[in-house]
Design a protein around this ligand. Structure first.
Ligand code: DOR
Ligand code: ZN
Length: 345
């Protein structure tokens, strides 16, 4: 008999669902696996008001497959001039779960992001007061800083000073990629947690340059060294509630990835929990998957833990070469290759 795993239904604490004609195709993958997801606000234009977040939420809910119970948890996009009043409104609405910091120019649709975090002090103080978490894309964009050092330098220049200025602000350091980031999270207070993606647990930067440039392994922050991957894996399987699941599934149409200037973002929602199961199994810690995937994030965000369950079986399947993506296609992580765990439904 093949091995199986029955766990509380997980949540995805970092997800890009996009908008428009692709939404229906994208959200179905997440809704099969996850109960809830923290939905990133980096649309074009970005989601900077509670009203815009509510409208986006309605579009997501209307795009769900019939009978799906998936709950989108909405976020706002921080800009240099997001007013503290908007935070008060967000809190009063009861449906905004975080505010996302994109350093301007750091990644996809970050043009409207923050040019200097000090411009946001009053808004961040309001967030600390009302208990709304700041969700951080932790990279500096200084051209003098090596692309592989952007995360450690962000900690030094932005995150550590911010946590000193606002010691009660809840912060999720999203998709951490380096040993330095793991150590920083471990050394910080309970108000700092971090999400980990399946790609950063399963791959190192060699995957980007295996027999040529591999655009479908390109995301930001970029994959790092093997020693970083090992540190992230140790954090994921440690049982420490500061570390939890956030896929950063970020679909782009195939032609925009397979291009002279390919977009950053890896689509993994088609096999997200299955890929985490692989990573935990490889590390000999399948027994630690449930808390990482279903308890730690909910606890950090003050959400009730899910009650229903999912079952996974150790049964290999081949990932399709592409999935529907509105009028285009999206190439998923592991396209044409095997994933060793399957969702049983
Ligand atoms: O690789 C990424 N893709 N990193 C991000 O931070 C944004 C995301 C996207 O929206 O495509
Ligand atoms: Zn993201």
């Amino acid at each position: 008999m093949s091995a199986s795993l029955n766990i509380t239904r997980p949540d995805d604490f970092h997800l890009h669902l996009r908008d428009g004609p692709v939404l229906r195709d994208v959200v179905a993958h997440s809704a099969r696996r996850f109960a809830r997801a923290i939905v990133m606000p980096n649309l074009n234009p970005p989601v900077t008001t509670t009203a815009a977040a509510f409208a986006y939420r309605a579009r997501i809910v209307n795009s769900l497959p019939r009978h799906a119970k998936f709950q989108p948890l909405m976020t706002l996009y921080l800009t240099d001039d997001l007013p503290p009043d908007e935070i008060a409104q967000a809190r009063a609405s009861g449906h905004i779960y975080g505010v996302k910091l994109y350093p301007a120019g750091a990644t996809t649709h970050s043009e409207a992001g923050v040019t200097d975090i000090r411009h946001c002090d009053a808004t961040l103080e309001k967030m600390a007061e009302l208990g709304i978490p700041l969700l951080v894309h932790g990279e500096v964009i200084d051209p003098a800083v090596d692309v592989f050092d952007r995360e450690p330098v962000f900690i030094e220049r932005v995150l550590a000073p911010l946590l000193r200025r606002l010691p009660t602000l809840k912060v999720v350091f999203e998709h951490i990629t380096s040993r330095v980031a793991v150590d920083f999270v471990l050394g910080a207070g309970k108000n700092l947690a971090a999400t980990l993606t399946p790609q950063h647990l399963l791959y190192n930067r060699n995957a980007l340059l295996r027999d040529g440039i591999q655009p479908h392994y390109y995301c930001l922050p970029v994959l790092k060294r093997e020693r970083d991957r090992e540190a992230l894996t140790r954090a994921a399987i440690s049982g420490n509630p500061k570390f939890f699941l956030g896929t950063d599934s970020a679909p782009h149409a195939r032609h925009l990835k397979e291009s002279a200037c390919g977009c950053a973002g890896i689509f993994n929602a088609h096999a997200a929990i299955e890929l985490y199961a692989e990573a935990f199994e490889q590390a000999g810690a399948l027994d630690k998957l449930e808390a990482f995937a279903a308890f730690h994030g909910a606890d950090f965000y003050g959400l009730p833990r899910n009650r229903d369950r999912i079952a996974l079986v150790k049964k290999s399947w081949t990932v399709p070469e592409a999935y529907a993506f509105g009028d285009h296609q999206v190439v998923p992580l592991r396209a044409g290759e095997a994933v060793s765990w399957s969702l049983a439904d």
